[in-house]
Ligand binder design. Structure first.
Ligand code: UDX
Length: 430
């Protein structure tokens, strides 16, 4: 069984390499010829630990190849995975243009029975629309089945998550198609949940929105903890010991970012609105996330008696560690607010590069942590890269003008930092 992956973004490349590693013959398709050329040479357009090695391994093994011709890809493969992006439209809904485009290509070039599997995160009923889009483009009515197989991997741990998923969800009205897609994952030990396409689509949104809810819940509580002088990290440690709550996604911080939680929460809210249902909890989740950076920046500003003309070090700009992804990164919101408050900003990230539009004489990026923190009046930790946890804070204090740490991810040991002579402020952790 040959597999075609349409869309060589984050999910597409990882899924392709998972199947290549499981021994299947995989073709990666993207109409971006530069991306395809780079992938064929073993180069990724994003940073993800371990993925580059697997890419090189399977270019050599011949289990994966990359092409830019939809016609060739569609004709030569019986199983097609759709992994194209579904970005937010202006109104918050998911923009399905790319999904529709690949559906039309599949319809036009189809030459025999195909199983079309959707991995892209798509609103409820997209699988149904997909059938229509494919049929409308067919010149001959070749049969096909559609399967929803949502992806739950996290950036920064994409490979581990792909090989050790908590569950595999398969939604299809065709028993045959569902069995074929299940068989692709035979070697993966994970519970399987087979359901309808609409339920599978909903599971993906509901899961992401629930994780975002956990985060916003503790982030809002962190504001109260801050005022009460109670440590939110200790509170969530105690909460997480209850198996009904669980310890994960209870880490208070400057808010969630990335390509999924913000976009998918908005898309689910849009679907609810379309159906005249008020998802008031999710509405609040988004509002808390949007105000978390401002809430803490205001508190920190008071500690410094204003940010104007102060030199602030920013450590970590990606939305989380182990990725160079800056989409919806809270650090960028912080930098923008500091620019508005006329601070001088010195930025460091082990991998991610500060976008051009934020660079200026007063916003600069440096390669080394100790250079970044030179003459700083305070440092704000925005993503919890191990480099910062393991940095020599004893030595770093000597290069700073004032020894003030604002730990936006509660990643350092506050007591330890205080011992070293820093004024340490975390999130909900006075
Ligand atoms: C998420 C989902 O976890 C994954 O299942 C889905 O497929 C895609 O979206 P991702 O966005 O890659 O994955 O990263 P994740 O680890 O979930 O973190 C998202 C954001 O939440 C980050 O900004 C992170 O810093 C923040 N976060 C996470 C917290 O603030 N606190 C936590 O306890 C956990």
């Amino acid at each position: 069984m040959n597999i075609l992956i349409m869309g060589m973004g984050y999910v597409g490349v990882t899924t392709g390499l998972l199947f290549a590693e499981l021994g299947w013959q995989v073709t990666g398709l993207d109409t971006d010829t530069i991306k395809i050329q780079a992938l064929s040479e073993g180069k990724l357009s994003f940073y993800e630990p371990g993925l580059d090695l697997l890419l090189k391994k399977h270019i050599e093994s011949g289990n994966i190849n990359f092409i830019s011709s939809p016609e060739k890809g569609i004709r030569e493969n019986a199983i097609i995975f759709i992994c194209v992006g579904t970005p937010s439209d202006k109104d918050g809904s998911a923009d399905l243009q790319a999904v529709r485009g690949v559906a039309q290509s599949i319809g036009s070039f189809m030459n025999e029975y195909k199983i079309i599997t959707v991995k892209s995160t798509v609103p409820i009923d997209t699988n149904r629309k997909l059938v229509q889009w494919v049929q409308e483009s067919q010149s001959y009515p070749h049969p096909f089945d559609v399967v929803s197989n949502p992806e739950f991997l996290r950036e920064g741990s994409a490979l581990y998550d792909s090989f050790h998923p908590d569950r595999i969800v398969i939604g299809s009205t065709s028993e045959h198609a569902s069995t074929v897609i299940q068989s692709l994952y035979d070697q993966i030990k994970a519970p399987l949940f087979v359901t309808t396409p609409r339920t599978a689509e909903m599971i993906k949104y509901a899961s992401n929105a629930f994780l975002a809810t956990k985060i916003s819940y503790v982030n809002e509580l962190s504001r109260l903890c801050e005022t009460l002088g109670v440590n939110i990290s200790d509170v969530t440690t105690g909460m997480g010991m209850d198996q009904r709550i669980g310890p994960q996604f209870l880490k208070a911080g400057i808010g969630y970012g990335g390509s999924c939680f913000p976009k998918d929460s908005m898309a689910l809210l849009y679907t609810a609105k379309e159906n005249q249902i008020d998802l008031s909890i999710l509405d609040k989740v988004v509002a808390v996330n949007n105000s978390q950076t401002t809430h803490f920046l205001n508190l920190w500003e008071q500690q410094l008696c204003g940010f104007r003309d102060k030199t602030i070090g920013i450590l970590g700009i990606s939305f989380k560690p182990n990725t160079d992804d800056l989409r919806e990164a809270p650090a960028l919101a912080i930098i923008q607010q500091l620019i508005d408050k006329q601070a001088n900003i010195r930025v460091h990230d082990p991998i991610a590069k500060l976008p051009e539009h934020l660079r200026s004489a007063s916003v600069q990026q440096f390669d080394a942590i100790e250079i970044t923190l030179q003459q700083c009046d305070a440092v704000i930790l925005c993503s919890e890269w191990k480099d910062y946890r393991e940095a020599n804070w004893q030595q770093l204090r000597t290069v700073m003008n004032k020894q003030v740490i604002f730990d936006g991810r509660n990643m350092l040991d506050g007591k330890e930092m205080t011992k070293l002579g820093y004024s340490y402020f975390g999130i909900g952790n006075r």
